[in-house]
Design a protein around this ligand. Structure first.
Ligand code: UD1
Length: 430
């Protein structure tokens, strides 16, 4: 199993090109199930999750290729994926696949819309919480789906003639349930209204791609989506939007180590809440043409308070990295995690490096320390791993991060990007 070794203490300086967003690439790939034509996706990040979803889609009948890929050639940033689901020959998404990657549960909506039936394994819990799917199922029922649970599987059927439009009003905001219901409703007969929809930029990106494919959607980027179902969708070419979580992670890494880095391709509007908070903490943020410049001199950060919220609030996916950054503040900062009930797994690992963090329910108090000290730590989930990288970058001595596969699920070529900015970071392959 690969590990990452970081020798901390280097300030970061240079340019980091931001990859395409994983959380947009996954539902965009799933959208290819809605048409028999080819969906071409550009700027797809080369990540373990994305390749795994490619395998899952192949299982359903999607012809999935990566354009211009020459064996033995160094991986390029931003691959072009061609996905053609001419015939769907299997509407089952088995446990072995869905349990590896939760987002694959989102095939349920499109399979139901196009094939009128689907059998998809329940994803099960994961390290950051129970993560139920009740909202997905209730939403699809509003479109006429009949749903039963059997042996850990969701067995779903559309009414005769296919799904029909309906009114979905989510009691709480869910990114996944919004994706699932949006992807189902574009082929449903009549109008669907989704109220209290998530409006994360990745949902907007998927909706815009669906519109290119012929879908009729109003209210994109708002909490109310209005969809007029169409009989069929066509192929399209779409470029995946830049990854705001990757951009935010590197911004926080620079804030933690000090230095000056240009985040090429980062879109400020997609991470405004995080940028505002960093400015409050004393980080210099300059929005420039084509990206964001982030810098911090020798002065210590000021403590700040943050609560995670659905977009446009501060993202839960940056909470762990924020905590690692605030270990460099003079004083005590605090975090309230409102999205997931168990998303503080990184705390125990950061404390192995000398972090001073007090946990109480959904709250954490982070007190700045004079220094962190390198240690052996374990990545527990994707974003938690990124906080350990930040910890390692500022710590004195060597940090070894075990279970790096979590990191590989969501961060493209992280050691290469950080090394290019002066970090001492290497992958130890076994
Ligand atoms: C997505 C993101 C993940 C991010 C999260 C919140 C992807 C691939 N993943 O995950 O990176 O951290 O949004 O921004 O895009 N919930 C229910 N019932 C449901 C569905 C959700 O109670 O049926 C709850 C969840 O347990 C959680 C909250 O709603 O407490 C938000 O979850 P949701 O927005 O659905 O997260 P994901 O789509 O799983």
């Amino acid at each position: 199993m690969d590990r990452i070794k970081i020798t901390g203490g280097k300030r970061l300086k240079g340019t980091i090109a931001i990859s395409g967003a994983k959380n947009a690439a996954l539902p965009l790939m799933i959208a290819s199930l809605l048409t028999s034509d080819t969906l071409t996706l550009k700027n797809v990040p080369n990540l373990a999750d994305v390749l795994q979803l490619g395998r899952i889609l192949r299982n359903h009948g999607t012809d999935f290729t990566i354009s211009g890929k020459r064996p033995g050639k160094k991986q390029m940033q931003g691959e072009t994926f061609l996905l053609t689901s001419r015939d769907i020959w299997d509407t089952t998404a088995p446990y072995e696949m869905v349990s590896k990657m939760r987002a694959s549960f989102w095939v349920l909506g499109p399979l139901l819309a196009r094939e009128h039936k689907a059998r998809v394994s329940l994803p099960g819990g994961c390290a950051i919480g129970t993560r139920p799917v009740d909202l997905h199922l209730e939403g699809l029922k509003k479109l006429g789906a009949k749903i039963e649970l059997e042996d850990g599987y969701v067995i779903a059927r559309a009414p005769r003639g296919g799904l029909k439009g309906g009114k979905i009003s989510f009691p709480l905001i869910s990114v996944g349930a919004t994706h699932n219901c949006l992807l189902a409703s574009v082929l449903a007969r009549g109008e669907t209204v989704i109220e209290n929809a998530a409006c994360e930029p990745e949902i907007g990106d998927v909706a815009r791609c669906l519109v290119k494919m012929g879908a009729k959607i109003e209210g994109i980027d708002t909490h109310t989506l209005k969809i007029e179902g169409v009989d069929q969708l066509e192929g399209a070419v779409h470029t995946v939007l830049p990854d705001r979580i990757e951009a935010g992670t590197y911004a926080m890494a620079v804030a933690a180590t000090g230095g000056d880095v240009f985040l090429e391709g980062a879109v400020p509007e997609t991470l405004q809440a995080a940028l505002d908070l960093m400015e409050q903490a004393g980080v210099t943020i300059k929005v420039k043409k084509g990206g964001i410049q982030v810098s911090r001199g020798r002065t210590k950060l000021k403590p700040v308070h943050v609560e995670t919220e659905p977009f446009p609030g501060f993202p839960t996916d940056l909470q762990a990295q924020f905590m690692a950054m605030m270990l460099r503040a003079k004083g005590t900062s605090s975090v309230r995690e409102t999205i997931f009930e168990n998303r503080f797994m990184h705390v125990a690992e950061l404390m192995r490096m000398g972090a001073k963090i007090a946990l109480s329910g959904d709250r954490a108090e982070i007190t700045g320390v004079d220094e962190l000290i390198g240690a052996q730590v374990m990545a527990t989930d994707l974003r938690a791993s990124a906080s350990l990288v930040i910890g390692g970058l500022v710590a004195r001595g060597d940090t070894i991060i075990n279970r790096v596969y979590h990191l590989d699920r969501g961060f493209e070529r992280i050691e290469e990007k950080l090394s290019a900015c002066g970090a001492k970071i290497e992958r130890l392959s076994e």
